[in-house]
Design a binder for this molecule. Structure first.
Ligand code: C2O
Ligand code: CU
Ligand code: CU
Length: 489
């Protein structure tokens, strides 16, 4: 413990800026909900071509100053990329930064060479072309930096956005709101902290390496304290936890119920009526909210869930970052009234109950406390191995199914993500999965002391020369080595 305290006190930027909640005393004026621009690509010779420029900029996030930020086709964050199943998309990613970048399509099933992991690094001033046929079902996905040792920092500064695979006809037939910016809204949630000069505070060493970077300013689509005035009273929100490390326990301020219709991989077989949904970093959930009572409400996260709520973490962080925060407000007073609709069966999810299982693997998510964690590189590993660019940890067989047993003997919760697949959660500590993880998933939280079993299709693409990643999606854990790689042959 002495080492931990010293670590905090001697870090280059004072612990104060991170932990004393300086900017909580800042009054954020109410702002209009920020609707990210949509890009659908340009149709060229049967392909949808997206031009993505990774750039630097300055953005007004705090009320009285600007912050140096990173973005894609804009100064901070990124447009929503919309595409359709069956399209061939081509991403022309141009790196205008003076450091290398990798850009990953989180949740996509695609050849490893196009995946945008740390092996597909783009040098400054270079363009990387990624091309694949979209075979995923309609869903809300995530694209973000995946640069060797730099993922956490680059995402924190702005290199991430939402991707949507859409099917308007199907949604119409199913009675689901589906008009972007009219009754269908991305809600990309992240927390950030700032130093006294108003620049992002980012430090992935010592305490922050262990607990992951958390901030005390909550942003939705890049804006703090915003109000959505939807055009309709029946809306679909694509909730997306794009934070580096924070877990959210989401409710509305009046605890109203809503319909949960989709998770990471797309629609559930049936809508679930609930009044809360928990999202770990990188998880998504689509919900339908009925606002026909025209009451103004807030979307908020309730304290008491996630790593910061654990006694041990609380004791080590000055200032309490485990708080109830309002993320955004919704004011439907002028919205066009739309009748609530009962949803029937949504989709038929594939029945994998009789699938032959080609392989069972155990993944042990480990943290070694002590000097390695606090002062060295690493301290975080899977099955005793920290990520090594040159080591292929697992070899999967193409077009098969595997069961992975995710075990967490460490003292923190870890959201475990696997590239190139949408899997099914089979059980959590021998019990059925939680209600918000019944659909297809690409990330699942493995709480402290839990064992979670997932059933995972290995997909149609094989390659022995390129690897896919699996890792904890607390980005500081990923950067510090809680990641492995696999090939599919
Ligand atoms: Cu969202 Cu390997 O990433
Ligand atoms: Cu991914
Ligand atoms: Cu982790």
């Amino acid at each position: 413990a002495a080492g931990i305290v010293t670590g905090l006190n001697c870090s280059r930027i004072s612990a104060k800026s991170f932990a004393d909640s300086d900017f909580l005393s800042v009054k954020f004026p109410l702002r209009t909900f920020n609707l990210p621009p949509v890009e659908t690509g340009e149709s060229i010779q049967g392909k949808q071509v997206f031009k993505l420029n990774i750039q630097q900029g300055e953005t007004r996030i705090l009320p009285d100053t600007t912050t140096q930020t990173l973005g894609i086709n804009q100064s901070f964050l990124a447009p929503v990329l919309q595409m359709k199943k069956g399209q061939t998309v081509k991403m022309q990613v141009n790196n205008q930064l003076n450091e290398p970048v990798a850009l990953h399509w989180h949740g996509m099933i695609l050849p490893a060479s196009e995946d945008g992991g740390p092996h597909q690094e783009i040098a400054p001033n270079k363009t990387w072309n990624a091309e694949w046929k979209v075979i995923n079902d309609p869903s809300t996905l995530f694209y973000h930096s995946h640069t060797h040792h730099k993922t956490g920092e680059q995402v924190w500064k702005g290199l991430g956005g939402q991707m949507q695979i859409i099917d308007e006809e199907r949604d119409k037939a199913l009675n689901l709101p589906h008009e972007y910016g009219v009754d269908d809204y991305p809600v990309i949630i992240m927390d950030r902290s700032f130093d006294e000069a108003g620049e992002f505070y980012y430090n992935n060493q010592r305490m922050n390496k262990m607990q992951g970077m958390h901030g005390n300013v909550m942003l939705v689509n890049g804006v703090a304290n915003s109000v959505l005035e939807p055009e309709k009273t029946r809306i679909r929100l694509r909730l997306h936890n794009a934070s580096n490390a924070r877990f959210y326990d989401l409710v509305f301020s009046d605890l109203r119920t809503f319909e949960l219709i989709a998770t990471d991989g797309g629609l559930l077989s049936q809508a679930i009526t609930t009044n809360r949904v928990r999202l770990a970093p990188s998880e998504r959930a689509e919900i339908i909210v009925d606002l026909s009572d025209r009451k103004s409400i807030s979307l908020r996260t309730v304290k008491g869930y996630g790593n910061l709520s654990m006694g041990m973490m609380r004791g080590m962080v000055r200032g309490n970052l485990d708080q109830t925060f309002d993320l955004m407000h919704i004011d439907p007073r002028h919205s066009e009234r739309v009748k609530a609709k009962t949803l029937s069966q949504l989709v038929l999810l594939p029945d994998w109950s009789n699938q032959a299982v080609a392989q069972t693997r155990k993944m042990n998510l480990e943290m070694q406390m002590g000097p390695q964690m606090m002062f060295g590189n690493g301290g975080l590993s899977i099955n005793g191995q920290s990520w090594d660019m040159n080591v292929v940890n697992e070899t999967l067989k193409v077009n098969t199914f595997e069961i992975w047993e995710l075990q967490n003997p460490s003292m923190m919760h870890h959201p475990f993500h696997v590239h190139n697949t949408q899997f099914k959660v089979l059980e959590r500590n021998g019990k059925p999965p939680l209600s918000w993880e019944l659909g297809l998933k690409d990330t699942v939280t493995v709480h402290k002391d839990e064992t979670v079993k997932i059933l995972l299709p290995t997909g149609p693409y094989s390659s022995s020369s390129d690897a896919y990643m699996y890792h904890c999606h607390i980005l500081e854990h990923e950067d510090a080595g809680m990641m492995g790689q696999f090939i599919v042959v």
